[in-house]
Design a protein around this ligand. Structure first.
Ligand code: ADP
Ligand code: GN1
Ligand code: MG
Length: 385
């Protein structure tokens, strides 16, 4: 057995590799949910991740969804003459040929490290955002002919905002960590806007907009961009791929990217809308979904930006009140920023307010792009929030 000490157990590594040949293993990325490690060999690299099975209670369903969706995208990518290994996540099987290693009741998976790509935690480069918009739009287009019923809901009601609101009310009542008293202003904002949060769920329910295969977690660091050409490669972090509305993906990407501040910036004066990024992302996105996006989706693009800020703000606030059980704090964060989930919530709710007060301007930007790209619809400029 190798004597090398790595930040994850050798028994996990040995499900995939001859441990003696590994040069280095290091923690990697800044995701909030899974534990990610980079495994380095002299001539190649792999990513190993411990799946968070408190969040994803059925890891088999997660991997099954990922295998189905990546196989579909891979066919599409190869068909168009591109390199599938850089554009699609490739699962590496265990030595027993399985998509996951179960070690001591923990679920681990491995993927090829996409060396050619880079994910950004932060940037305000509009070119990158136009490409990010293209990547999200391309994902929707590539999966337009994939049947949503083949996918399992890996987290039920993930973007069902009214459902999340009901859970929030329960959490308020229980007040497990005695924190309700510290967030009265944020609670008031959430409750005051309760009548504005069911637009997308209602449209889906009434079949006015289609249920599609959606990514459901389109923050910038889940979008792979080519290091050299700076062109979009594709989406990673496919754990939440399931049926939903494309509006969730469009709005969530803007929530994360079209802010003038990072999601956890505690200085609310920094939080505003970066309209250049908004425009660039929207331009990239609409250029890819032309032909599949329907009018009722287009009419709610700006609204979805508001809704995703509200929803994630609501989730961070719920979790803060509930004692940080979902968005867990590392020991270091616990020490340095014990109220980080409240700070994140305030930040996201401030962004929701900013979308609301800039609604007309944002609609004008969308209208210009619709016009420029030959869409035959013009949005009314009044706010629906
Ligand atoms: P989480 O669910 O915790 O966000 P991710 O799957 O997004 O986990 O992984 C975290 C980070 O690790 C990503 O933002 C990305 O930078 C990096 N990453 C994950 N998988 C790969 C891969 N196959 N190739 C290159 N980088 C990767
Ligand atoms: C989580 O896994 P990651 O870090 O890409 C979360 C998203 C939130 C996001 C907020 C499965 O995303 O829903 O929007 O944090 N993912 C899950 O930063 O809950
Ligand atoms: Mg991620």
């Amino acid at each position: 057995m190798s004597k090398k000490r790595f930040p994850l157990p050798n028994v996990v590594l040995s499900e995939y590799f001859k441990v003696e040949n590994i040069q280095e293993v290091r923690r990697y990325g800044n995701g909030l949910i899974n534990n990610t490690f980079l495994v380095i060999f002299p001539t190649c690299k792999y990513i190993i991740q411990k799946i968070n099975d408190e969040v994803f209670t059925n890891p088999f369903a997660v991997m099954n969804n990922i295998e189905l969706v990546t196989a579909h995208i891979r066919k599409n990518v190869i068909y168009s003459g591109q390199d599938d290994k850089t554009c699609v996540l490739t699962t590496v099987l265990t030595k027993y040929g399985q998509t996951m290693a179960i070690v001591n009741d923990e679920y681990w998976r491995c993927t090829r490290f996409i060396e050619e790509g880079i994910t950004y935690d932060h940037t305000d480069d509009p070119h990158i955002f136009e490409e990010a918009g293209r990547a999200v739009g391309l994902f929707h287009r590539q999966l337009d002919d994939f049947h949503t019923r083949l996918l399992v809901d890996t987290i039920k009601n993930f973007h069902n905002t009214p459902h999340r609101y009901c859970t929030f009310l329960d959490i308020l009542k229980i007040d497990r960590a005695n924190r309700v008293k510290d967030c009265q202003e944020e609670i008031k904002f959430i409750i005051d806007h309760e009548d504005k949060i069911n637009v997308i769920t209602k449209l889906l329910h009434e079949r006015k907009i289609p249920k599609r295969v959606t990514h459901n977690d389109t923050k910038l660091n889940n979008i792979m961009i080519d290091k050299v050409t700076h062109k979009a490669l594709g989406l990673i972090d496919l754990d939440t791929v399931m049926k939903g509305s494309l509006l969730y993906d469009y709005g969530d990407a803007l929530r994360c990217g079209a802010s003038t501040a990072a999601e956890d910036d505690p200085n609310l004066d920094n939080v505003g809308i970066n309209k250049t990024v908004f425009e660039a992302f929207t331009r990239g996105y609409l250029s890819e979904v032309k032909g599949i996006i329907v009018d009722d989706e287009i009419k709610n693009l700006v609204y979805s930006f508001f809704l995703m800020c509200y929803e994630v703000g609501l989730r961070f606030l719920s979790d803060y009140i509930d004692g940080d059980r979902y968005f867990k704090l590392t020991p270091e964060t616990k020490q340095k920023r014990p109220n980080i989930n409240l700070e994140r919530a305030k930040n996201q709710l401030k962004l929701a307010k900013e979308v609301k007060s800039n609604y007309t301007d944002l609609t004008k930007i969308v209208n210009n792009i619709l016009h420029e790209q030959g869409y035959r619809i013009t949005l009314e400029e009044g706010s629906s929030i």
